[in-house]
Design a protein around this ligand. Structure first.
Ligand SMILES: Cc1cc2nc3c(=O)[nH]c(=O)nc-3n(C[C@H](O)[C@H](O)[C@H](O)COP(=O)(O)O)c2cc1C
Length: 213
């Protein structure tokens, strides 16, 4: 018989620390993460649940300097457009935020999702086809937590044009871009979200309450 491991109270406390200290990181040290550690993160990410066991995620390492530069330029263009949509103090506040760590992060990882994977044989997707994307997000979050546990930071960059990034990546065009991640050792630890520290937004206590029906 297979026995499930028991998770000790000490482990549970540490797990709570892990959840609380997982951060979206935008300031990185330059030194690369050892390849075996990155491989380990990918292995753990693939333990995530997926609709029909379809494992629709595809993790793409973006190492080519020209592709990275093209992603940076796309971010700068999209970010300038986002800034142009704002006015007054809101625009000034937005302009002061650091919304990507694309220059410093030693690793860029694009996470793509197969919208109609053969694996999983369609189970669970009939009425909710978006479940493939959600499965890929599960893998990203698993990757993010595992990285945090190893002292590695992850920053999710979504101020990009997915069609343009897909052209830059030059991968199978039926895949969908879900995330563009900056990965590396954080410049400094932080116990609260950067957007909170910069006065942009705060965690809302009311979100921690159940809605009753
Ligand atoms: C789907 C998704 C997209 C995000 N895109 C961006 C982004 O483009 N730029 C950015 O600075 N942060 C981005 N973030 C990070 C959030 O701002 C961050 O998760 C939030 O402020 C909470 O901070 P924490 O992750 O450190 O707890 C994204 C997060 C998610 C989940």
């Amino acid at each position: 018989m297979t026995t499930m491991p028991e998770f000790s109270p000490v482990f549970m406390d540490q797990l709570d620390d892990l959840f609380r200290w997982r951060r979206d990181v935008r300031h990185f040290r330059r030194e690369p993460v050892p390849e075996p550690v990155l491989d380990e993160l990918l292995r753990i990410a693939c333990l995530a649940p997926s609709v029909g066991l379809s494992e629709p995620w595809r993790f793409v390492r973006v190492d080519d300097p020209q592709r990275r530069q093209a992603v940076r330029q796309d971010f700068m263009r999209c970010n300038a457009e986002a800034l142009a949509d704002r006015t007054g103090p809101d625009a000034q506040h937005y302009a002061r935020l650091k919304l990507a760590g694309l220059d410093d992060a030693p690793h860029h990882i694009a996470v793509l999702s197969h919208p109609e994977p053969a694996q999983g044989r369609g189970l669970g997707r009939g009425t909710m086809p978006q479940t493939t994307t959600w499965s890929t997000v599960m893998a990203i979050h698993t990757f993010w937590l595992a990285a945090t546990a190893k002292g590695i930071g992850v920053g999710w960059v979504s101020i990009i044009d997915p069609d343009q990034i897909m052209r830059v990546l030059d991968v199978e065009p039926t895949l969908e871009l879900v995330a563009y991640l900056c990965v590396g050792y954080p410049a400094e630890p932080a116990s609260t979200p950067e957007l909170e520290r910069r006065g942009w937004e705060r965690r809302a206590p009311e979100r921690r309450e159940w809605i009753q029906r």
